[in-house]
Design a protein. Structure first.
Length: 290
């Protein structure tokens, strides 16, 4: 079974490329402490040529990504910020996954007035764009990277709730589930034996895609000054600080922006690959081809 799954995944080039990119970023994030050439917080690094200003030095053999407006090494700050952005994505999605899936499961399993209350609440949250909802939460909780994780997690709860609820409504009507209910299977047994196994694959795909979205939200909030605060080496914050110098020092904003782009692209490619692998319709098409 594992070999067949692995073989099927390897036949999805976009998933393989996405996974390879993510592995590179995970290695960089975990090894950043040993890989960074300079302290990401150290200001006024020595200039390439004696007598030059240490700030806003262009990319060179000494500073591959140049230095920022305070003379800090941009490469070191981008590498140091990798674990912050990845942690933000995973923790935010974990919050949304647990809260949204629980609400969707309760609504879809029990139905009735419970379903009505939960889904009307989700509809109200969906009336706001995700980034706007996150901004409202940040305004209430205060600006910090921890509050960004909570805010982004809350912003993506409705997507999980709606997905799980729709899956539960479909599963609840299956003949073998109705038979299990008739013979006396309790709610816990029904959920564990029949609902969760059918819910998990779509949740894996959605979560993979949502991590990239969460990183975008987190970076956008930091860019707006509502997330990570100086001197934290967070990608969105680094890009924000460099926008005032973009014409003369394009590298300050460009390299952290490219880091965000590459990570989000990697998660999207992996999500597309997993969707092709885990979607029942795609599995049936592959089986027919074989």
């Amino acid at each position: 079974m594992f070999r067949r799954t692995l073989k099927a995944f390897r036949s999805q080039p976009q998933g393989v490329i996405g996974l390879a990119l993510l592995l590179i970023w995970f290695i960089l994030a975990l090894s950043a402490g040993q890989l960074v050439p300079y302290d990401p917080l150290e200001q006024g690094l020595p200039p390439v040529r004696e007598g030059d200003s240490p700030v806003r030095q262009a990319p060179s053999s000494l500073y591959w990504f140049g230095t920022d407006e305070l003379g800090r090494d941009v490469l070191s700050r981008v590498l140091a910020g990798a674990h912050i952005s990845l942690a933000l994505g995973f923790i935010s999605v974990s919050i949304g996954l647990v809260a949204g899936s629980t609400l969707g499961l309760v609504a879809g399993f029990y139905g009735g007035w419970v379903d009505g209350i939960v889904m009307r609440t989700m509809d109200a949250l969906l009336a706001f764009p995700g980034i706007l909802l996150a901004l409202v939460v940040i305004a209430a909780l205060g600006t910090s990277i921890q509050n960004v994780m909570i805010a982004v997690g809350i912003a993506i709860v409705p997507q999980y709730a709606r997905l799980v609820r729709s899956l539960c409504l479909t599963i609840r009507e299956l003949a073998y589930v109705e038979a299990a209910h008739v013979v006396g299977s309790g709610p816990v047994r029904l959920i564990l034996r029949h609902f969760l196994p059918n819910i998990v694959p779509p949740l894996i795909v959605l979560s993979t895609l949502q991590i990239g979205q969460a990183i975008i939200y987190g970076s956008a909030l930091s860019f707006l000054g509502m997330g990570a605060q100086p001197p934290t080496p967070e990608w969105g914050l680094i890009a924000a600080k460099g926008r005032d110098f973009f014409r003369k020092a394009w590298w300050i904003s460009t390299f952290p922006s490219l880091a965000i782009l590459s990570v989000v692209l990697a998660f999207n490619l992996l999500g597309d690959g997993l969707r092709s692998l885990l979607d029942p319709r795609m599995r049936m098409m592959r089986a027919a081809d074989q």
